[in-house]
Design a protein. Structure first.
Lengths: 95, 483
């Protein structure tokens, strides 16, 4: 398998990472090198093997539905790039 | 004092031979002197450390201390620590001061340890040489032209150079064991779910596990006693009765069955490492253990499967870094999407971006089954190999890393070469098993070689027993670099 420049650009768009002009070519070559390593998996017959998502075979714990955390938004927003009146500011999304 | 074990330090503190403030000052002074050449620490804050030391001394004075009270430790900069800058080795978090403590930090605080500082690491724990850190590479104290390993390279270098008695690390594909091997330390990755991941910045959540890095197995056991335990805030934390990991240290090794996977000793293993590992196994036989050949036929697929699963989980975990709630925001941007794209392009380094792109691709429509599900099926095959092997043995042994420490810059330009340096450690994370590395000799250029010990699920005490008995009979773990 080999990625095209368009595919690399598409993946970068999905990942919300801007590629600088000229960066796509080098990124493609490196990704293709890594995919060559990954391709080794494809030859293995895994029919009937249950995918393993987690190291321990345990069920998700549930707890009572009640608020346990205290309001820490002031402390948490100390590190935010732009905050006003307790809200995180971002460029206008809705005109 | 800088070479003392935790037990010795603890006794000295309890007997008032020295105070925690004196001990902390000693290590802060060493950090001040030696860190500029090693770059093992990203953040040091002597005032904060000494305040913790004074508190520990007060606890000891009112006989309210435990076995770790007053002992200084360094923490990998992946653990959120309240009031401390917590960067994860990234420009993305270069100004992030954590508003809360990770559970690991909280538990060490409750035990009365002193935080000496936050150690350097590969960016977001993605790397095997500590060269991907935004804060520059760490140098291996044994030879500053070589890498300390990664991703917990700062913790490894700091313990090795005796800038701290011990440190914390995290291990997603070998990030405790490989740097421990390359720096001549004892490092332990527990069974997945034994140590809480809460407040530990996530890389690949189904693989990440925190553990101790220290000078000996005994020190690691004491540290693991403080780190391990159920935490309701981590949904993958296991509800198990508390264990004393020191309980089996003194048991003799007679009857211990060691499995030797042929795959660990095949082509690709450097001759100097093979010699030291084989000598160590011979020593275990002298101590009363027996060996049996086992096979892990799917292990060769662990690197490919890992480089699908870990990036897939990373691409999802790292989507939180969007320049909105914390972390780097690009100074100039157009609309919201442009702000995301530019902030992430500027905030992440090359290796992190590569892994996010791989992860995004293998999870995208049309490729999920072929890559992600296939990798998860292979993960099952690898885990089953270990189940089979552990029917015949108590622990598995082999090399931790195929070579001793390599030169800085040697593999930095070749991601695939770098990935293959974790060929013996990755399978353990995929299976969720505990593993450790102990120093077992020297190889080329006199650099340390690590012996990997892999335990069955929850077999930490048994691994520590084997390691401790070996360390009673040998002195590789006592050797320190001339720095």
């Amino acid at each position: 398998m080999s990625l095209s420049l368009d595919q690399v650009q598409r993946i970068a768009d999905l990942a919300r990472i801007e590629l600088a002009p000229g960066e796509a070519g080098q990124t493609r070559d490196q990704l293709n090198g890594i995919f060559a390593l990954i391709e080794e998996m494809q030859a293995v017959n895994t029919a009937g093997v249950e995918p393993m998502a987690h190291a321990q075979d345990v069920a998700q714990r549930l707890r009572e539905d009640r608020a346990v955390e205290t309001d820490c938004h002031l402390a948490f927003q100390q590190g935010a790039p732009e905050v006003e009146a307790g809200l995180y500011l971002v460029p206008k999304v809705i005109e | 004092m800088i070479n003392a074990s935790l037990k010795e330090l603890s006794a000295a503190l309890a007997n008032k031979q020295l105070s925690s403030v004196e001990l902390t000052t000693l290590f802060l002074d060493r950090i001040g002197k030696l860190n500029p050449a090693l770059n093992a620490f990203i953040t040091v804050d002597g005032e904060k450390s000494l305040a913790m030391a004074r508190e520990a001394d007060a606890r000891i004075a009112r006989k309210d201390g435990g076995p770790l009270t007053g002992i200084p430790l360094a923490h990998k900069d992946i653990f959120c620590a309240e009031g401390w800058r917590t960067t994860c080795g990234s420009k993305m978090l270069s100004n992030f001061v954590s508003p809360y403590d990770a559970t690991v930090i909280e538990r060490f605080k409750a035990a009365g340890t002193v935080t000496l500082g936050k150690t350097n690491m590969d960016e977001f724990a993605m790397g095997s040489s500590n060269e991907t850190s935004f804060f520059g590479p760490v140098k291996n104290p044994w030879d500053t032209a070589t890498v300390p390993g990664g991703s917990s390279g700062g913790s490894a270098a700091a313990v090795s150079a005796r800038l701290t008695p011990a440190a914390t690390g995290t291990d997603t594909g070998g990030s405790i064991r490989q740097p421990a091997a390359l720096c001549g330390l004892t490092g332990l990755k527990p069974t997945y779910g034994v140590v809480s991941r809460w407040g530990m910045i996530a890389f690949a959540s189904s693989l990440d596990q925190a553990g101790p890095m220290a000078k000996s197995a005994e020190d690691c056991a004491l540290l693991l006693n403080a780190m391990a335990g159920f935490d309701a805030r981590d949904s993958t934390s296991l509800e198990r009765p508390a264990e004393d990991y020191t309980r089996d240290l003194d048991k003799p090794l007679a009857g211990l069955k060691i499995g030797l996977p042929q795959e660990f000793f095949a082509a690709g293993l450097s001759a100097d490492v093979a010699r030291a590992v084989e000598a160590a196994i011979a020593e275990f036989r002298r101590l009363g253990a027996t060996t049996v050949d086992v096979s892990l036929p799917s292990m060769r697929l662990s690197v490919p499967a890992y480089y699908v699963i870990a990036p897939a989980e990373a691409s999802s975990n790292l989507s939180r870094f969007d320049g909105v709630r914390y972390g780097w925001r690009a100074p100039q941007y157009g609309d919201l999407t442009d702000m995301y794209c530019k902030s992430r392009a500027q905030g992440f380094g090359a290796e992190v971006k590569r892994r996010i792109l791989i992860g995004t691709y293998v999870l995208s429509h049309g490729y999920y089954d072929a890559y992600y599900l296939q990798a998860q099926r292979i993960r099952r095959l690898i885990a089953q190999d270990f189940v089979e092997a552990f029917r015949q043995c108590d622990v598995i042994m082999g090399p931790t890393s195929p070579t001793v420490a390599f030169d800085l810059g040697d593999k930095a330009g070749n991601p695939v070469q770098m990935y293959l340096s974790d060929i013996y450690t990755i399978a353990v994370n995929l299976a969720g098993l505990p593993g450790m590395s102990i120093p077992c000799g020297t190889g080329n250029r006199g650099l340390p070689v690590g012996l990997q010990i892999i335990g069955d699920y929850f077999g930490e005490a048994r691994m520590l027993n084997a390691a401790h008995q070996y360390q009673l009979a040998t002195d590789w773990h006592c050797r320190a670099p001339a720095i």
